[in-house]
Design a binder for this molecule. Structure first.
Ligand code: GLP
Length: 240
């Protein structure tokens, strides 16, 4: 794992955008794996700026998002589809018909998950996966557990995640208690992964990411087994 410690959130966002921009220039028809959460917002803004300035284009890009609340309609203002439209897709030249988010209303989530993973494979696999880290070490919505799933699946959310994400909802009771999420295998198949972490709340996970052990109780640590991961964090996340 390559570690890059940035001065602050802004620098981290710029570094992340640079890595994505490099791929877009080298491989305009690439497949991006995208993440939600407050962490990648600044990086998405940088990418939108670069797109507007004509430095990069998303017009041949295909994207697959990590996860979606369940059950939640794509039109809901807290859905991850809505988040992606508002924070990135509406501001760049991407063809929205090639952007994918797991179906938060799937009647058969297991079948949807299988089809989602198959679609990623059929698209040639993910060239670059963007990841954030939950304060408890989750990646996408793979929560700390004894057993983790390989493929895209329906999962329950831990109370700490519901609490952490309640800041975006009217109340904690409004946060869905389930989600559909790519599994650890879906994520590990990506050719390259960038992980973003900012602020003191992520220090605990960053420490776990940098020691020499892996544990399903901090799912992000499994990324240590991937051959091409860049961990981008700011000084607050690094120093605590
Ligand atoms: C959510 C998402 C994760 C994200 C995490 C961290 O739970 N499912 O993909 O990494 O939150 O969010 P934030 O960046 O807001 O700290």
């Amino acid at each position: 794992m390559k570690l890059i410690v940035c001065e602050n959130y802004e620098e981290m966002s710029k570094e992340g955008a640079k890595i994505i921009a490099k791929l877009l220039k080298e491989k305009p028809k690439c497949v991006l794996g995208l993440a939600t959460g407050s962490t990648p917002v600044g990086m998405y803004q940088e990418l939108a700026k670069m797109n507007k300035a004509g430095e990069i284009s998303f017009k041949d890009v295909t994207s697959y998002n990590l996860d979606e609340y369940y059950p939640l309609a794509p039109e809901h203002d807290q859905s991850y589809r809505y988040f992606m439209n508002h924070n990135l897709f509406d501001h760049v030249d991407i063809d929205k018909s090639r952007t994918h988010v797991p179906d938060g209303l799937a009647k058969d989530p297991a079948a949807m998950g299988k089809a989602y993973d198959e679609a990623i494979e059929a698209a040639g696999g993910i060239d670059l996966q963007v990841l954030g880290l939950g304060p408890n070490g989750h990646i996408a919505f793979n929560e700390p557990e004894e057993n983790l799933y390989v493929g895209t699946h329906l999962t329950g959310l831990t109370d700490s995640t519901i609490e952490a994400n309640s800041r975006f909802f009217a109340s904690k009771a409004d946060v869905p208690t389930q989600a559909v999420t790519m599994g650890i295998g879906s994520i590990m198949k990506a050719k390259k992964i960038i992980v973003l972490a900012s602020g003191k709340a992520k220090h605990y996970v960053i420490e776990k990411m940098l020691d020499d052990r892996i544990t399903t109780q901090v799912p992000g640590t499994i990324l240590k087994c991937h051959p091409d991961v860049v961990l981008l964090c700011d000084k607050e996340a690094y120093n605590g």
